[in-house]
Write a protein that binds this ligand. Structure first.
Ligand code: GLN
Length: 609
């Protein structure tokens, strides 16, 4: 629950001016809409801004800080603010931006939201992600409705006003139950000095002023260069980056220095001196083995104490909650960092192999399972555009498990079908995801049912045997943005199947979808008669959502029309991934177990916390 505002005698700074806020009349220059029920000064804002360069891991750092506070019993809500004009990330190419992450409510967003969900073990919604495109659309719509009362609509105060409105709305409703939160964590995309995020930064400066002292904590994430030719760390670029922030009126409270190795005392001194930030608030955020160790490492370095002091939240810490959460997390870290007993090689057969971020959630899901099943996983990236029926055996030699990830378009599809075929016949553990589910159906239709020209209308609009075809409701939609079947849906599991076993007998589970095509219902019967098991379906419609082969035929052949990787969490690894990894470990060590999918391994851990 949020805390009462600070004592009435310490009214938020500038509160005399603020009495006028939110009134869009011609008498005032202010436009700072405040949602009904919002009490200024009651919620805190921690803002993470990047300097020097992008790609420093603002999301990782911000989510680690949010986790530290959540562990103390405070309620938190993160938000990522993107400068680009796209309405969402749905139309972005994974080559350029990494994977498109999908939330329960169907929001297609930046992969950082995945980092927040995993770190905080908290489902997010569209309120946790905004883009300039969304904001401008809202501002323009409001203008057309006469919402600005005859004023010329400007970046300041109107667009910045909308930013502040969004942040305050999130503070009021961003809790898991739709209730208020104690602390909003704001991550601004890009770097300080970019044109497109300048108005976000201005809005945050205004917000901090309006909310009053001790309401906001600005964190500058910067980068300390260590040119190999010099062999020493240089802080000038970081200093200039921080200066750029100060030039727009923001004095950072905390500075976190990304670097390849721990930052030296000299660098910390220089950063502190040039930026008015005490040494105790300059932190080294050097590379480490796993991002999951950051919350604990930062706690040891004292970051939590500093943040609590800045936003005056020391009194609200619940020590018992903190001890329990910390211990749960530490036991995961112990598994993550210990020397592992087992080994297995997993191939990911996709088409964005040069950009590992295109499959970030799959890598994370595998990392969770590797830790829980005590296995070192060697992940091989195999470009399916280069795979043929002739070369597949060679390319998948010594592979103990295969994941065919989601994808769009024709390129690489025949290579994926060749991979499925190899895995089915050679009994290599297989997990198909979305397009990997569809290619499994096509392969089975062609080679088991005997429908030779089986295909998908995605790749061949006039396909004579479209075992995969466009969803009826998608056919009516034109354009590409936000037009897929998106977000979480129920999946009804068939009892006595591998899927039911993996999900511990649950009758229904939720999966997050992002697709336009599905199994054409006209083929379901023929596929089933030939031995394919559809073990997960839509509860009302004939939409096939999980498939598998009988365990007597294959140790582990499972595919999902949804994206299981999106919901794997460090303390609750995703069951389909756990099954694949367990089966791969067994293939790598045939003497280890006689059972096909070891119930002992999979049940050693509670699957859901
Ligand atoms: N291209 C396929 C479809 O639209 C699969 C999508 C995916 O893999 N995410 O249905």
């Amino acid at each position: 629950m949020p805390h009462s505002p600070e004592a009435t005698n310490s009214r938020p700074a500038g509160s005399d001016l603020l009495a006028q806020l939110g009134q869009t009349t011609h008498q005032t220059e202010f436009y700072s809409p405040v949602p009904d029920g919002y009490v200024r000064g009651r919620h805190k804002y921690v803002v993470v801004l990047g300097t020097v360069m992008s790609g420093l891991g603002k999301g990782v750092f911000s989510s680690s800080m949010a986790k530290m506070l959540k562990d103390k019993g405070l309620s938190v809500a993160p938000i990522k603010m993107e400068g680009y004009l796209n309405i969402d990330s749905g139309t972005l190419n994974p080559f350029r931006h990494g994977e498109v992450f999908v939330l329960d409510d169907g929001t297609e967003c930046d992969m950082d939201l995945g980092t927040y969900e995993r770190m905080l073990d908290q489902d997010l919604t569209r309120r946790n992600f905004i883009t300039s495109g969304q904001l401008y659309t809202e501002v323009l719509d409001r203008e057309r409705q006469g919402g600005y009362l005859g004023r010329d609509v400007q970046m300041i105060p109107h667009v910045t006003g909308e930013v502040k409105r969004k942040l305050r709305e999130l503070a009021l409703t961003g809790g898991p139950d739709g209730g208020p939160v104690d602390v909003v964590f704001v991550e601004v995309g890009g770097t300080v000095g970019d044109y497109e995020n300048g108005y976000y930064i201005e809005a945050l400066r205004e917000l901090a002023f309006e909310e009053g002292e001790h309401s906001a904590c600005f964190v500058a994430l910067t980068y300390i260069i260590e040119p190999p030719a010099l062999g020493e760390q240089k802080s000038k670029a970081a200093q200039l980056g921080i200066r750029a922030l100060m030039e727009v009126g923001i004095q950072p409270h905390i500075i976190a220095c990304r670097a390849s190795s721990p930052i030296t005392e000299t660098v910390r001194q220089k950063i502190a001196m040039y930026s008015n930030v005490p040494m105790s608030r300059v932190f080294s955020l050097h590379d480490r083995e796993s991002i999951y160790t950051i919350p604990d490492d930062m706690r040891i370095a004292g970051l939590d104490r500093e943040v609590l002091s800045i936003v005056h939240l020391h009194d609200h810490v619940d020590a018992a909650t903190e001890d329990a959460s910390r211990e749960r997390w530490r036991s995961f870290i112990r598994k993550l960092t210990k020397k592992r007993t087992h080994k297995a090689t997993i191939a990911i057969t996709g088409k964005y192999m040069q950009v590992r971020d295109a499959y970030a959630s799959i890598r994370k899901a595998l990392a969770h399972c590797g830790a829980h099943l005590d296995a070192d996983l060697d992940v091989r990236w195999i470009e399916t555009s280069d795979i043929t029926r002739q070369s597949v055996a060679d390319q998948l030699r010594d592979i103990h498990g295969v994941i065919t990830p989601g994808g769009f378009g024709m390129r690489g599809v025949e290579g994926k079908i060749a991979c499925v075929n190899h895995c089915r016949i050679q009994r290599v553990p297989y997990l198909g995801i979305c397009l990997g589910f569809q290619t499994a159906v096509i392969e089975f239709a062609r080679n088991v049912v005997g429908i030779e020209p089986a295909g998908s209308t995605e790749f061949e609009p006039n396909c004579p045997e479209p075992v995969i075809s466009e969803l009826p409701e998608q056919k009516k939609i034109e354009g590409l943005g936000g037009t897929m079947r998106l977000g979480a849906q129920d999946v009804l599991l068939t009892s006595d199947t591998l899927a039911a076993f993996l999900y511990d007998g649950a009758p229904t589970v939720r999966g997050r979808f992002r697709h336009r095509y599905e199994v054409d219902p006209r083929y379901i019967e023929r596929l089933e008669e030939a031995g394919l098991i559809f073990s997960g379906r839509h509860p009302q419609h004939p939409i096939m959502q999980i498939l598998e082969l009988p365990l007597e035929q294959h140790p582990y052949f499972v595919a999902a029309q949804f994206h299981p990787e999106l919901t794997s969490r460090p303390l609750a690894p995703q069951p389909m991934f756990m099954g694949l990894v367990a089966a791969a470990i067994q293939r790598a060590n045939p003497d280890l177990e006689t059972e096909q999918v070891s119930s002992r391994w999979l049940r050693a851990e509670p699957q859901h916390t």
